[in-house]
Design a protein around this ligand. Structure first.
Ligand code: SAM
Length: 317
C-alpha cells in the first residue's frame, strides 16, 4: 500500500470506489501508465503513422477496443515515450499523446461537421484537437482558456496540429454564458479540477497542492462554469461535463447544483463505454442526496492503462 498519497485523500477514496477494487486502485498510483496516443486525422493516416513508428523502431500496439469509436489509437511502453517525442511525425503534429480516458469526452459529445461547438476549459487542447478532427475542421469551434501561459500552449497545439476552425479566447469561462447565450450546439466542460486521478506517488508535485479545502473551492468554480455552459447551450444542445478527480464535490455535486437550478430544462443521457472498470455515480455523499438523473454519468476507475475519469452527458430540453 502506498504511504505517500495524502492520507485524507486515501480515506475519502475508500468511501468512493468499490471496496473490492480499492487496493488495486491504490496500486495504480505507484506505477507509470502505458503511454497512449491518437492519430491526428487532420494531418495524417494510420498507415503513414505506423510507417513512421516502424522506421523509428518504436515498438507499438494498436488499441483495438477503441476501433469504430476513435480512429488510430496506439500504445507504447512508458520507457519509449521520450523517443516518441523525438520523431518528425511528433513535431509535424501527426499524432497527440493523450490518456485513453480523455479521449472519451469528445467521443461522447460527438460534434458534427458545421456545428457550433464550445470547449469551455480548453488548454492544453488535447480534447479541442479531437473535437476539430471530428468536425473535419468545419463549423465554428470556440476554445476558452483564462490562464495566459496555458492559453499560448493551446494556440501552439492548435496550430501545429493543423486546426483551422478554432477561435481562441483568453477569458474566464464563467463569463461566457452571459456573453453568448443559447449559442452552441455542443459544449465540452472538461472542468478545472484537483486532478486526483493524475496523482503519482513517484511525482510528489502531482499532489502537493491537494487538500479537502481545495476540493471544496474547486467545486464552487465548477458549479459556476456549469451554469455558464448551461446558459451558452442551445435548446436541444448537448453538454459533456468531465473531470479527472474522484471527489463527489467535483462531480456529482456540481451536477446536482445545476439540476437544482435548471432541472426542468435538462435531461442526462446514458453513457455506454467499452470498458469494464466503470462505476455508477454515488447516490449520496455526506448530507447530499443526488438527483436520480446523475446515475447516467460514469466514473472510470483507474488501471495500469487508463486514468480515472468522470463523465456526464446532458441535453437541454
Ligand atoms: N480540456 C483540456 C485538454 O484536454 O487538454 C484540459 C483542461 S484542464 C482539465 C482545465 C483547464 O481549465 C485548465 O487549463 C485551467 O487553466 C482552465 N481553467 C481554470 N479556471 C478556468 C475558468 N474560470 N474558466 C475556464 N477555464 C478555466
Amino acid at each position: 500500500m502506498s504511504n505517500s498519497l495524502p492520507e485524507p485523500f486515501v480515506e475519502r477514496l475508500e468511501q468512493i470506489v468499490p471496496r473490492e477494487q480499492f487496493d488495486s486502485i491504490l496500486r495504480t498510483f505507484d506505477s507509470p501508465k502505458q503511454v497512449t496516443f491518437r492519430l491526428n486525422t487532420l494531418k495524417s493516416t494510420s498507415d503513414a503513422l505506423e510507417d513512421a513508428l516502424r522506421i523509428a523502431q518504436i515498438p507499438f500496439e494498436r488499441v483495438e477496443w477503441t476501433e469504430g469509436l476513435i480512429e488510430g489509437v496506439y500504445r507504447i511502453a512508458p520507457e519509449e515515450k521520450l523517443r516518441l517525442t523525438q520523431i518528425e511525425a511528433f513535431y509535424e503534429g501527426h499524432f497527440y499523446i493523450q490518456n485513453l480516458a480523455s479521449m472519451f469526452a469528445p467521443v461522447l459529445l460527438a460534434p458534427q461537421p458545421e456545428e457550433t461547438v464550445l470547449d469551455l476549459a480548453a488548454a492544453p487542447g488535447g480534447k479541442t484537437l479531437m473535437l476539430a478532427g471530428m468536425m473535419k475542421n468545419t463549423g465554428w469551434l470556440s476554445a476558452v482558456e483564462p490562464s495566459r501561459e496555458r492559453f499560448f500552449r493551446l494556440c501552439d497545439n492548435l496550430k501545429s496540429q493543423g486546426v483551422t476552425n478554432a477561435h481562441t479566447y483568453m477569458t474566464d469561462g464563467r463569463s461566457v454564458g452571459k456573453k453568448c447565450p443559447l449559442m452552441f450546439d455542443r459544449i465540452l466542460l472538461d472542468a478545472p479540477c484537483s486532478s486526483e486521478a493524475r496523482f503519482k506517488t513517484h511525482e510528489p508535485k502531482s499532489m502537493s497542492y491537494w487538500s479537502v479545502h481545495k476540493v471544496k473551492e474547486t467545486s464552487k468554480l465548477q458549479r459556476r462554469l456549469l451554469l455558464s455552459a448551461f446558459d451558452a447551450l442551445k435548446p436541444g444542445g448537448r453538454l459533456l461535463y468531465s473531470t479527472c478527480s474522484f471527489s463527489p464535490e467535483e462531480n456529482e455535486s456540481p451536477l446536482q447544483h445545476l439540476l437544482e437550478r435548471h432541472g426542468e430544462h435538462l435531461k442526462t443521457l446514458p453513457i455506454s463505454l467499452p470498458l469494464e472498470n466503470v462505476q455508477k455515480p454515488l447516490a449520496r455523499w455526506g448530507k447530499e442526496i443526488y438527483d436520480e438523473r446523475i446515475q447516467n454519468a460514469v466514473r472510470i476507475l483507474p488501471t495500469d492503462t487508463i486514468d480515472g475519469f468522470f463523465l456526464c452527458l446532458l441535453e437541454k430540453i
